[in-house]
Design a binder for this molecule. Structure first.
Ligand SMILES: Nc1ncnc2c1ncn2[C@@H]1O[C@H](COP(=O)(O)OS(=O)(=O)O)[C@@H](OP(=O)(O)O)[C@H]1O
Ligand SMILES: Nc1ncnc2c1ncn2[C@@H]1O[C@H](COP(=O)(O)OP(=O)(O)O)[C@@H](O)[C@H]1O
Length: 662
């Protein structure tokens, strides 16, 4: 089990400690990364108190997959009820509701209970997962209940990311459905190795043993394909309660456990990978000059005072001085415990670093093979930069390649240039900084990540790291003696990237060309990178789909960066229609080096000019994906300069750029 549950690592505590690091993270992300901190509380006391009372019992986290029709709500409702975890007032409300809905004999409709609880979800959680607690004599449980509507994949991934076991429901009359395969695939993707296959509604097939055996057999085959190691099939009637809490006389041929018996006794402890200490630093605790502690929940391994550690990714070493907790110092702590470590030496360790055993450190890398589940309505575009959050670390990252997407129904591998909502793919990832990590199969905390949109802060993907493609240590910046500053000095100029963006025909090339001529006349060293020209060479493999435009701009930005490193003033003239890529370009440069110039010409005017006759063709349907017609242009929000071409001529506007650069 995991002590420190939701308290030590809540955002609140960090804020109180004055952690200055700005987190580009929405509440939604927190809900995903650390669902415990936001669990709606069914028992009235605080979650922490509740769990503390039951600390001696082990904890099982599980997820239920299947639709309401399969009996999911009834199953959960009954488990909650029959283990007596329902509050009396909830029960009273429930019977009233049930009577109102006219259930047979005024019995309680458990589906109503679950739906009712779902409505109580905390504000701010947009991911539809309700976490519920119940306990039995032997164990306590957290069940992540994910409603099965159209965003089910995303909901499931959220619930499954911390689960030890999945209850997969099937309707005995229907057997395995596409949905069963899909859910089971996601279960396996997220590293859950135990499935309880609940063959429900057995009462409707007269508790027929053959029906049960056939479904159980088919599922075992599927599980074997997916690498799900442990399957327990239970013939069930959630409605009647057969084999739910106790074994049912209706299935004398079944000698396995009831659902609750299995949940109470199953051992899901993984043979933990033999990892040394891994402590992702959640925050640096520095109440006064003499104390500097590194707090977090131990993700793997164990620690004792005196142990030699290494801080990652920096690689600096020290020894553990104390293991501090709210209840006093410890001589020993291990995986799952929330602790604060103090070290013998003053190391520069910050939030997101990982403290690891020196003799068995984690790997550090910046390129990975990974699997990801895309959860956003806007497609994933390779090359676009997102935030990647892993443990307490947030870094810039992009998908450098979609190797293939995976049809979760058939496991077929399909070629893909982008990913749509709910699609799963094998990808390569590139990070802008190296991180300490573990492969997901070895450690879930240090091997799973989410991607966050940089503009909206929405969680757009959940993923798992498979292995490092390039160890950060194997690639070095080649040190050069003549650096950028030296090159700039010899050219008597400050290197710049002047980035012209605007519609086709807005006047980018015309103005950039005038600026270039004038700077050149003044003795400056300049170069113009123009969309039309670069697309004839370096980028001749790219067209005008969204994904190609992303790659087009990524490459040009990198080239412009090299040119400023060479000390030049680079004038870039590309439509560059997307904010995300203009921002990616900006982020490559030093402060003040990147000058975004919005050549502001209304579509109507650009179309009127139609310098190359392209608008006419686009309107006639002969050029697909034409910017402004059937492909978007995202107007810059805060460019350094805006040039209104309707109000001033090209020469005057070019002069504005020159003035700005001065
Ligand atoms: N479908 C479509 N949409 C927009 N533009 C098109 C298209 N097809 C060809 N062209 C011509 O390509 C030039 C734009 O290339 P860019 O590399 O600047 O475009 S982008 O930044 O990748 O969006 C653009 O040049 P400019 O008019 O100088 O902007 C067009 O001449
Ligand atoms: N104020 C202005 N600034 C820039 N170009 C203008 C202006 N007024 C008219 N134009 C004309 O608009 C056209 C812009 O074409 P171009 O520079 O090739 O645009 P882009 O590079 O953005 O596609 C040119 O024919 C230019 O002479």
């Amino acid at each position: 089990m995991k002590p420190g549950f939701g308290i030590g690592d809540s955002g609140l505590v960090e804020a109180e400690r004055g952690d200055a690091e700005v987190e580009p993270v929405s509440g939604e992300v927190l809900a995903f990364a650390n669902p415990e901190s936001r669990i709606p509380n069914p028992v009235g006391d605080s979650v922490a108190d509740y769990l503390r009372q039951h600390e001696r019992k082990s904890l099982l986290r599980f997820i239920t997959c299947g639709s309401v029709d399969d009996g999911k709500s009834t199953l959960i409702g009954r488990l909650l009820h029959d283990t007596k975890r329902l509050f009396d007032d909830q029960l009273a409300a429930l019977s009233a509701d049930s009577r109102r809905h006219g259930t047979r004999n005024g019995e309680i409709d458990f589906a109503l209970l679950v739906d009712g609880l779902a409505a109580e979800r905390e504000q701010g959680i947009t991911i539809d997962v309700a976490y519920r607690f119940f306990d039995s004599a032997r164990r306590k449980f957290i069940v992540a209940d994910c409603p099965g509507h159209e965003q089910y994949t995303r909901n499931m991934a959220t619930g499954a990311s911390t689960a030890d076991l999945a209850v997969v429901l099937v309707d005995a009359r229907k057997g395995l459905l596409t949905q069963t395969r899909r859910h089971s695939y996601i279960v396996s993707l997220l590293g859950i190795r135990h499935v309880l296959l609940a063959v429900n509604k057995m009462d409707l097939v007269d508790f027929d043993r053959d029906v049960f055996e056939r479904i159980a057999g088919e599922y075992r085959e599927l599980a074997a394909q997916l690498g799900i190691e442990h399957v327990q099939a239970v013939p069930l009637s959630a409605l009647e309660g057969d084999n739910l809490i106790e074994r049912s006389p209706a299935t004398p041929w079944y000698d396995g456990p009831s659902v609750l018996e299995y949940l109470e006794t199953v051992d899901t402890a993984r043979a933990e990978a033999e990892l040394g200490l891994r402590l992702p630093v959640q925050w640096v605790n520095r109440p006064h000059q003499d104390f500097r502690g590194f707090a977090g929940t131990i993700a793997a391994g164990e620690v004792r005072p005196g142990d030699e550690i290494v801080a990652l990714p920096s690689g600096r070493r020290s020894r553990v001085q104390r293991i501090v907790t709210a209840d006093g110092d410890l001589y020993y702590a291990r995986s799952g415990q929330a602790v604060t470590l103090t070290l013998e030496d003053e190391l520069d360790i910050s939030r997101g670093d990982v403290i690891a055993a020196a003799e068995r450190p984690a790997e550090v890398a910046d390129q990975f093979a990974a699997h990801l589940l895309w959860m956003d309505a806007n497609a994933l575009l390779p090359g676009r930069s997102y935030w990647l959050k892993i443990g307490a670390r947030t870094v810039g990252a992009s998908v450098t390649e979609i190797k293939h997407k995976i049809d979760v129904n058939s496991q077929a591998q399909l070629a893909a240039k982008h990913l749509e909502l709910n699609e799963v793919a094998a990808v390569n990832l590139g990070l802008d900084q190296a991180i300490a990590f573990e492969a997901y199969r070895d450690n879930r905390e240090l091997g799973s990540f989410i991607l966050i949109d940089r503009q909206s802060n929405a969680t757009v993907a959940a993923g798992t790291l498979d292995f490092a493609l390039r160890r950060a240590g194997n690639l070095h910046w080649h040190p050069v003696d003549v650096d950028k500053a030296a090159r700039a000095r010899s050219k008597h100029q400050k290197p710049r990237c002047v980035w012209f963006t605007g519609l086709s025909g807005s006047g980018k090339s015309t103005i950039a060309n005038l600026v270039d001529k004038q700077l050149h006349a003044l003795g400056h060293h300049t170069f113009v990178l123009d969309g039309d020209n670069v697309r004839h060479g370096l980028n001749k493999d790219l067209g005008f789909t969204d994904e190609d435009r992303v790659e087009n701009i990524r490459r040009v930005a990198e080239v412009a960066k090299l040119m400023t490193d060479a000390g030049l003033i680079v004038l870039v003239s590309f439509i560059s229609p997307f904010r995300a890529e203009r921002r990616l370009a900006r982020d490559l440069f030093e402060d003040g080096e990147f000058v975004e110039v919005f050549v502001d010409t209304p579509l109507q005017e650009a179309e009127r000019r139609d310098v190359k006759g392209l608008y006419a063709k686009a309107r006639a349907g002969r050029i697909p994906n034409f910017t402004g017609i059937d492909s978007p242009y995202e107007v810059p929000e805060a460019p350094e300069l805006r040039l209104p071409t309707l109000e001033h001529d090209a020469q005057a506007l070019a002069q504005r750029v020159i003035d700005y650069l001065r």
